[in-house]
Design a protein around this ligand. Structure first.
Ligand code: SF4
Ligand code: SF4
Length: 148
């Protein structure tokens, strides 16, 4: 079942990328699927309607919950990051005003605390959302840029 849900999410992301004008080859690289599978996603032949409905529910979730769930569907962190970025169109933000510099979010190579400032290394971050759930003041969050 997790593989089916992942397929539904890949199909939605493939369609979003197509609307942005990406070629099948480029889409295949981002969602890490064969071009033949991408073709099925884009034509609506696969996956089944009910799987797409489940994937659409994922899309409607607050991104921090959706990100956690997507990471639970695959061990491929890079794939999960690609899907989360495209599905939710988010920015990962740190709120300086509410942060109390407690350090609870640390423990990930992508985060450092320096002189009361939390720095996020976006290249090293896989958008797993763990730090967001560890923050006691909601100072970290994935914020949607817009819905498309
Ligand atoms: S979202 Fe995950 S990978 Fe990114 S900084 Fe937070 S804990 Fe690290
Ligand atoms: S866990 Fe939250 S409050 Fe604590 S340092 Fe990190 S961002 Fe700041």
């Amino acid at each position: 079942m997790p593989e089916h849900i992942l397929s539904g999410i890949k199909a939605i992301v493939a369609m979003k990328l197509r609307r942005k004008g990406l070629l099948q080859k480029e889409i295949a690289e981002i969602i890490k699927s064969d071009r033949s599978i991408v073709s099925h996603y884009l034509s609506g032949r696969y996956p089944k309607e009910k799987i797409l409905k489940v994937a659409e529910i994922f899309e409607e979730l607050p991104p921090k919950y959706g990100a956690k769930l997507i990471h639970s569907l695959t061990d491929d962190k890079e794939l999960a990051k690609n899907l989360i970025e495209e599905l939710y169109n988010i920015k990962f933000l740190w709120d300086e005003k509410s942060c109390i510099a407690c350090g609870s979010c640390l423990g990930c190579v992508a985060l450092t605390l320096d002189n009361f400032t939390v720095n996020i290394d976006y290249d090293a971050c896989f958008l797993c959302a763990s730090c967001i759930f560890r923050c006691p003041t909601n100072s970290l969050n994935f914020v949607r840029e817009n819905y498309d």
